[in-house]
Write a protein that binds this ligand. Sequence first.
Ligand code: ZN
Length: 234
Amino acid sequence: MTSDTDIREAVRATRERVAALHHELVRYGLVVWTGGNVSERVPGTELFVIKPSGVTTDELTPENQVVCTLDGVPADGWDNTHGPSSDTAAAAYVYRTMPSVGGVVHTHSTYATAWAARGEEVPCVLTAMADEFGGPIPIGPFAIIGDDSIGRGIVETLTGHRSRAVLMQNHGVFTIGKDGRDAVKAAVMAEDVARTVHISRQLGEPIPISAENVDRLFDRYQNVYGQTPSGALQ
Ligand SMILES: [Zn+2]
């Protein structure tokens, strides 16, 4: 990307998308109060856009989404009116170290976070899980907010893993995607399968899907299913 006008247009469009995607978190019941956040890399730049800190979804506008550098600090020259989400350092670490990632989402959605609280991965016992995550949804380490430790835990857990979701122990869900919308989809699906597998566990022991069938389901879903199959993220 070369022209200043192109960059301004890319930032404007990304702010609009990120503001709108937060409503999907509410629509699917993944967040309460000011919790949860969506961020998205600004295509063709060294910038990303993330939710402002401490603002409810109803107060979100394209203009108050915060434009940040990949170091996780607000970027100069973009009329940032608010401080960025407290999860900005984690998202920035992911964008710096995983170049194929274009979107990062964080929620404390109930069922997925209940698995995180017990430090147990969600086993792959549903074809929808094999399709979307290509196996279990893994557990990441316990990490305290405020430095790179959450970001490092996300990257270390998801690198080489087919899942786009990680359950950070005692904390909640972080998802990655090709863009913000893809990461939001992973957050919605992670909660959905965490809920179903939890309920199944109340009734008995869910039946595992063989590794061979998980591979077949994942490959078909990522490469054949849908109008425009776009392949796995990594
Ligand atoms: Zn959190």
